[in-house]
Design a protein around this ligand. Sequence first.
Ligand code: GLY
Ligand code: MN
Ligand code: MN
Length: 446
Amino acid sequence: MKSYAARRAKLIARMRADGGGVAIIPTSHEVMRNSDADYPYRHDSYFYYLSGFTEPEAVIVLVAGETPQAILFCREKELEREIWDGFRYGPEGARSAFGFDAAFPISALDIEMPKLLADSPALYYGLGSDAKLDAQVQSWLGAVRRQARSGVSAPARLHDIHVLLNEMRLFKDADEMASMKRAAAISAEAHARAMRFSRPGLTEYQVEAELLHEFRRHGSDAPAYTSIVAAGTNACVLHYRAGSAVLKEGELVLIDAGCEFESYASDITRTYPANGTFSEPQRTLYEIVLASQTAAIAAVKPGNRFNDPHDAAVRVLVQGMLDTGLLDKNKLGSLDDAVANGDYRRFYMHRTSHWIGMDVHDVGDYREAGEAKSAPHEKPWRILRPGMALTVEPGIYVRPAPDVPEQYWNIGIRIEDDALVTESGCEIISSDAPKTVADIESTMRH
Ligand code: GLY
Ligand code: MN
Ligand code: MN
């Protein structure tokens, strides 16, 4: 059994450290897409983190008291439903397979929860994140309060369980790192496959199909987010999706795609020429973005702050923008002035990193709690520590404008990798996706 029981024990210990109580962690609801067809089901990340259990209609209850207990509520076995929808563990099967102390049918929640909450000092759950649960909690608390005259007390404190869980999830354990490495390796292979497949005349959706094929054939359940395959000028639309535009001779293709494997995301972007050879202006901007990513990756190390890779990337990008005339040297003066002035945001308008884990934009505070504020309303950026995982994804996006050299018009480039912070620096787990100009051009010749 992987780390699920250990994570539950750790969470219970943290709850006990601030007085103990009862925690409720539900999985996600099934959502209808249209008529009788559901959206593909995806369990809740917090729930899965603590259980490994993937059936819908399930709730974990953790009792952090004298005798700690991990309880699962889930669907009962039901032959008729299993004939239509497939196997269900049922409470007893799930209890033993997933290592819970006790399990009940999900239909028993309204009976069991008031008992579990009676005389508990605190209730922990994801405040305001599930309307159905909010209503259930209200009715359970009501049921406990109605027993007040018999001397039963209701929880006096309410905590957001996500605060504790976000902090735990920010630091990946060995099992999580293994899943993330596999997700990144599959996605890197998919990017290489898309490069080998691409040529002028194909459509964005045909290239997307290659990515999806590679994800799925390695056992990925789904893409971690909607794939972006952007030909030519579409690369300058940050949230473009794979559409039906045709890959054209002389244009670039930007792919931002990553699979989810064992519930862990990968998030990789590569940009390459449709015909396999960079033009001079494309190569010039590509080398700037690559150099900025190299500088950012060098800044991903323990002790540095979350924002250091971004600052390193921006300096290299801005120097490149000044050198190429995207930014006006005469107007902006020194590199420091140009960075401070912020005009570069016209060509680089997003941040360089985000946490990554079970969610592609993973949970975890980006600022340190409890440190002195460096400016009003501004807590210092988080210090990087081993076990954290983040993307490094600088880019340059050039829309046509009279003051911009025409040779760069409509070029959009992003290079994105996934980094695990180690004791001495970081490990790039997506590095099998071809990235240098030489590697991309040679991959595309084969
Ligand atoms: N693919 C989403 C992102 O890069 O943040
Ligand atoms: Mn990303
Ligand atoms: Mn991405």
